[in-house]
Ligand binder design. Structure first.
Ligand code: T5A
Length: 235
């Protein structure tokens, strides 16, 4: 299969993007919990990885010296992993009506390997077109944060991986790249200020889902309840 194809009734596909330490994993956990409590079947996943084959590629990508792979090899590995992830995990889940929330997706390749490491954006778009056809998230949440804040958060949590060890200017290009991606794809992407505390960011994410996907999911742990209502007649 040269391209992933999903037709018919399906769940919604949401990707969460951003630079290092932006809080993606934290927000995925909060979002998946809110959706589940609202009665929506949800599968949380991540990239690189998410399927056995893609997880094996993830190890190749994240371990070793910074220059282990050049940017083109990195992009090819990432798209191979993404194809496996989409065809074996994401598309089948969506076809069963399950919502999929992914910690990173194709925009990370555009930002890291494109804006960050200089691979031509047109080449990356062509690679994705070959591998995925028209398949893309219904909504992409881009968590925006000053570079120093994100790196400090990531450093406080664990030792730096290959990407976190890249220089400061790289991370600035990355942030700019994600901002451009949001500006260039306004129907799909929403850029969210991720500098607030996790609950504040979480509420902003839920607001975006309400606006963009027509589903109101409220999560207020202090109130101890969650409401779920359709707002625009969309599934
Ligand atoms: N990559 C990936 C590419 O180059 N191209 C691609 O196409 C793809 C898909 C993946 C690496 O691969 C690269 C990008 C990455 O460098 P990873 O291990 O999956 O590596 O790591 P990341 O995706 O970068 O995620 P991180 O684990 O670094 O950070 P998160 O998930 O954004 O942040 P999170 O939630 O783990 O939070 C980090 C710390 O901050 C705290 C958390 O408690 C945690 O300690 N925190 C907050 N603190 C204060 N306020 C908040 N709002 C906070 N939210 C979280």
């Amino acid at each position: 299969m040269a391209a992933a194809d999903v037709t018919g009734p399906r769940g919604r596909f949401i990707s969460i993007e951003g630079g290092e330490g932006a809080g993606k994993s934290t927000q995925i956990a909060l979002l998946a919990g809110a959706l589940e409590r609202a009665g929506i079947a949800v599968q949380a996943t991540r990239e690189p990885g998410g399927s056995p084959g893609a997880e094996a590629i993830r190890e190749l990508l994240l371990e070793g010296e910074g220059e282990r792979w050049d940017a083109t090899a990195e992009a090819l590995l990432l798209v191979a992993a993404r194809y496996d992830h989409v065809t074996r995990v994401i598309a089948p889940a969506l076809a069963q009506g399950v919502w999929v929330v992914s910690d990173r997706f194709a925009d990370s390749t555009m930002a890291y390997q494109g804006y960050g490491r200089g691979v031509a954006l047109t080449d990356l778009a062509a690679l994705h077109s070959f591998a995925l056809g028209e398949f893309s998230p219904d909504l992409t949440v881009i968590l925006d944060l000053p570079v120093e804040t994100g790196l400090a958060r990531a450093a406080a949590r664990s030792a730096a991986d290959r990407f976190e060890r890249l220089d400061y200017a790289f991370h600035e290009r990355l942030r700019h790249g994600f901002q451009r991606i949001a500006a260039d794809n306004p129907a799909r992407c929403v850029l969210i200020d991720a500098s607030g505390d996790p609950q504040t960011v979480h509420r902003t994410v839920l607001d975006a889902i309400g606006h963009r996907l027509g589903i109101a999911v409220a999560s207020h742990p202090d109130l101890g309840r969650v409401t779920h209502a359709r707002t625009e007649g969309k599934p």
